[in-house]
Design a protein around this ligand. Structure first.
Ligand code: GLY
Ligand code: MN
Ligand code: MN
Length: 436
C-alpha cells in the first residue's frame, strides 16, 4: 500500500524540480458514460494518481510552492450524504485534507473563482497542456483574468510548460513501495496464467480461458486487468492486439495469452504461448525456441549502463539469424536487419516501460540518444514472431504461427530481476505444467 507520505514525497520532489516561482496543476480523469446512465468503471488518470493518491473524478490538484496558506490545494466534490447513499463513500473536503494531506480543500465548483488568485505573480504554470480541453480553457481564462488586472500591479504567468516533462521522468524510477504493488500484480497474474494453461484443451473457447484469468485476478482482490486480455488461438496470435477472444480452440493450435492484473493501479504485463493440446509440434517448437533464444539474448543486455535499444537490437539479431537458419528469410543477416526484412515477421518493439500505465511514462531517448538503463527502471522484454496465415513465400508448415514471450523486468544494481520468472517458459516446463 502506498501511504500519504509516499504521495507527499512525490509532490515535494516535483516542487523541487520545478523552476522558481512556478505553480503546477493537474486534473483527475473524467467519468465516462458507457450507455444510458451507466458509467464505465472509474480509473484515475495515472499522473493525477501518482501525485495525490486521490481516486475520485471531478478533482484538480494544485501545487503552489511557497504559498503561505499551504502548498497543496485540492479542489474536489463536497461530501454529499445523498450521493453517499447511492454510490458510497467519497472523501469530501475533510477527507481531502485529512486522508490525502491537502493543506486546503475547496469545492470543485470554486475552481474558476479561485484559480486567478493562485496564478497571480507566478512566472510559470506546469500543467498537462492539451490533454484536457476543459482544463486548458480554465487555465487560459484564469490567466486572462490576472492579465486584466495588470494595472493593479499583479503579474500574470508568462510561461506554460507541459507538466509531463518533469512528472514522467519521476515516474520512470520505481520506489520499493511501488515495486511491492507491481510484485503483487505479477504474483497474481502468474497464478492466472498457470491456471489458464491448465484449463486449456481442444474444444474450449478463448473466452472460457479469459474467464479463468479474470477469475483468478478477482479472487485475489484485483478487480481489473491492466489492459484487455488477449487470448489468441491459432492464427489469431498473428493479430497483435486481438481481443475478440471468441474462437474455439482446436487440436494442434498454439494459444497466445497476453494478460496482466492491475494492483493499486500498477500493472503486470505477461505473455506466454503454448500448445492447446499440451504438446508443441516440431514447427511450433522451432519457432517458439527461436523466440525464447531472442528473449534470453535480450534479457542479458538489461543491466545498468546499457542503452534502452540494446535488448531490441539483441532480439532482432537472434530472430533474424534464426529465420535464415529455418529458411524463412533468405540472405545475409546484416542486410536483412539493415533493410528491415525481419519486420515482416517481427513488427513491434521488444518492450516498453511498465508501471502505473502498462505502456508507462518516461522518455526512451534523452538528448537524441537511447537512454541508459539505471536501477529502478521497470520494463517488459517481449520478442515475438508472427507468420501470417496467408504468407505465400514461406513453407506451409510455418504459416499462421504466432509466438510472443513477455516478462516484466526490473533493472537492479548488478543486472536485472525477472519478476515474472515463476511462470514456465521452457518447452519442457510448459509441457510438464500442462500435463500436471
Ligand atoms: N499487453 C500490451 C503489451 O504487451 O504491450
Ligand atoms: Mn507489453
Ligand atoms: Mn503484453
Amino acid at each position: 500500500m502506498l501511504q500519504p507520505s509516499d504521495f507527499q514525497q512525490r509532490r515535494t520532489q516535483l516542487a523541487r524540480r520545478m523552476k522558481k516561482n512556478s505553480i503546477a496543476l493537474i486534473a483527475s480523469a473524467p467519468v465516462r458514460i458507457r450507455n444510458g446512465d451507466v458509467e464505465f468503471p472509474y480509473r484515475q488518470h495515472s499522473d493525477f494518481f501518482y501525485l495525490t493518491g486521490f481516486d475520485e473524478p471531478e478533482a484538480v490538484a494544485v501545487l503552489a510552492p511557497g504559498r503561505e496558506q499551504g502548498e497543496f490545494i485540492l479542489f474536489c466534490r463536497e461530501f454529499d450524504p445523498e450521493k453517499a447513499l447511492w454510490t458510497g463513500h467519497h472523501a469530501g473536503l475533510e477527507g481531502a485534507r485529512e486522508t490525502f494531506g491537502a493543506d486546503e480543500a475547496f469545492p470543485i465548483a470554486e475552481l474558476d473563482k479561485r484559480l486567478p488568485e493562485l496564478l497571480e505573480n507566478r512566472d510559470r504554470v506546469y500543467f498537462p497542456i492539451g490533454r484536457d480541453q476543459a482544463l486548458d480553457l480554465k487555465v487560459m481564462a484564469a490567466v486572462n483574468q490576472v492579465r486584466s488586472r495588470a494595472r493593479t500591479g499583479v503579474q500574470a504567468p508568462y510561461e506554460f510548460v507541459a507538466i509531463e516533462h518533469l512528472l514522467h521522468e519521476q515516474r520512470l524510477l520505481k520506489t520499493p513501495a511501488e515495486l511491492a504493488l507491481v510484485r503483487k500484480a505479477v504474483e497474481v497474474s502468474v497464478l492466472a496464467h498457470g491456471r489458464a494453461m491448465r484449463a486449456c484443451r481442444p474444444g474450449r473457447y478463448e473466452y472460457e480461458i479469459e474467464a479463468e484469468l479474470l477469475h483468478e485476478f478477482t479472487l485475489h482482490g484485483l478487480r481489473a486487468p491492466a489492459y484487455p486480455c488477449i487470448v489468441a488461438s491459432g492464427h489469431n496470435a498473428c493479430v497483435l492486439h486481438y481481443t475478440a477472444n471468441d474462437r474455439r480452440l482446436e487440436d494442434g493450435d498454439l494459444l497466445l495469452i497476453d494478460a496482466g492484473a492491475e494492483c493499486g493501479n500498477y500493472a503486470a504485463d505477461i505473455t506466454r504461448t503454448f500448445p492447446v493440446n499440451g504438446k508443441f509440434t516440431e514447427s511450433q517448437r522451432l519457432i517458439y525456441e527461436l523466440v525464447l533464444e531472442a528473449q534470453t539474448a535480450a534479457l542479458e543486455t538489461v543491466r545498468p549502463g546499457r542503452r534502452w535499444i540494446e535488448p531490441h537490437d539483441a532480439a532482432v539479431r537472434v530472430l533474424t539469424e534464426g529465420l535464415v537458419r529455418l529458411g524463412i528469410l533468405q540472405g545475409k543477416t546484416a542486410k536483412l536487419i539493415k533493410d528491415g526484412s525481419y519486420k515482416k515477421f517481427y513488427m513491434h518493439r521488444t518492450g516498453h516501460w511498465l508501471g502505473l500505465d502498462v505502456h508507462d511514462a518516461g522518455a526512451y531517448k534523452v538528448g537524441g540518444k537511447w537512454r541508459e538503463l539505471v536501477p529502478g527502471m521497470l520494463l517488459t522484454v517481449e520478442p515475438g514472431l508472427y507468420i501470417a496465415p496467408d504468407c505465400a513465400d514461406v513453407e506451409p508448415r510455418w504459416r499462421g504461427i504466432g509466438v510472443r514471450i513477455e516478462d516484466d523486468v526490473l533493472v537492479t544494481p548488478d543486472g536485472c530481476e525477472v519478476l515474472t520468472a515463476a511462470l514456465p517458459k521452457q518447452v519442457a516446463d510448459i509441457e510438464a505444467w500442462m500435463a500436471g
